[in-house]
Design a protein around this ligand. Structure first.
Ligand SMILES: Nc1ncnc2c1ncn2[C@@H]1O[C@H](COP(=O)(O)OP(=O)(O)OP(=O)(O)O)[C@@H](O)[C@H]1O
Ligand SMILES: [Mg+2]
Length: 218
């Protein structure tokens, strides 16, 4: 069986400076991975490459047997919309829409069935269902971060990429976020990749990939 997600020969430079050159990696369906590395080691760059949002300088990324670079831009967008849920380090919530509208928009944009009940259930499990009709600016950062998580999970993606999903959260909410990510990953047999330097979440992940610092030698 083809790996659910893999990269080979990957290298990325910004303006000639190499910021990422990881060893080859692959994950099978249902595996839960922690990508660990210090600030600047390329975690966000790598997740953007895995999501097909950034083309690597060299190397390939393969999602369910499909090489991302071989797809047209719109085919890549469609694959991402249907198969990949992304929790960004910057939350990117749409300020003009309420929380529940932010969730429904993702379903609409990706051509998935709009399911109001699923969206409410996710908010419930994250302890923010009372905020469904609030706007992002009315939420604390931690609450907004949980909305970003719900938005990434609402389409039941086969690949979940989360960039520092627990930073800025207290212990209780960090635990809640990780448990929800794991629960959803188990439910859909998704590959889960959490990039972080938050040591609090290490023990929950059976697979670990270390990103050494390149530029500053950390
Ligand atoms: N758009 C960009 N242009 C130029 N350099 C960039 C760009 N994005 C990131 N970098 C550089 O690439 C390196 C890796 O950045 P990246 O954001 O991927 O690291 P990170 O591991 O996610 O860090 P953090 O833990 O602080 O979020 C850093 O040295 C950063 O300065
Ligand atoms: Mg980052």
């Amino acid at each position: 069986m083809a790996a659910a997600l893999k990269f080979e020969g990957l290298k990325h430079s910004y303006g000639g400076a190499v910021v990422l050159e990881p060893p080859d990696w692959s994950a099978d369906e249902g595996q839960h991975w922690l990508f660990l590395g210090p600030s600047g080691s390329g975690k966000t760059t790598l997740l953007n490459i895995l999501a097909g949002l950034l083309a690597p300088s060299t190397g390939t990324v393969t999602v369910a047997g499909q090489e991302l670079a071989s797809l047209s831009g719109s085919a890549r967008d469609s694959l991402r919309g249907r198969q990949i849920g992304i929790v960004f380090q910057q939350l990117h919530l749409i300020d003009a829409l309420t929380i529940i509208e932010n969730l429904l928009l993702v379903q609409n944009l990706t051509g998935c069935m709009t399911n109001l009940q699923d969206a409410y259930e996710l908010l419930e499990r994250l302890g923010i269902s009372d905020k469904a009709h609030c706007y992002p600016r009315q939420l604390s950062y931690g609450q907004a971060q949980r909305v970003a998580l719900a938005r990434a999970l609402v389409n039941q993606p086969k690949i979940i990429l989360a960039d520092e999903p627990t930073s800025n959260l207290d212990d209780v909410n960090a635990h809640r976020v990780i448990e929800l990510l794991l629960e959803q990953a188990i439910l859909n047999e998704s590959v889960l990749v959490v990039a972080t330097h938050d040591g609090r979440v290490r023990h929950r992940f059976p697979y670990r990939f270390d990103l050494p610092g390149i530029a500053d030698g950390t």
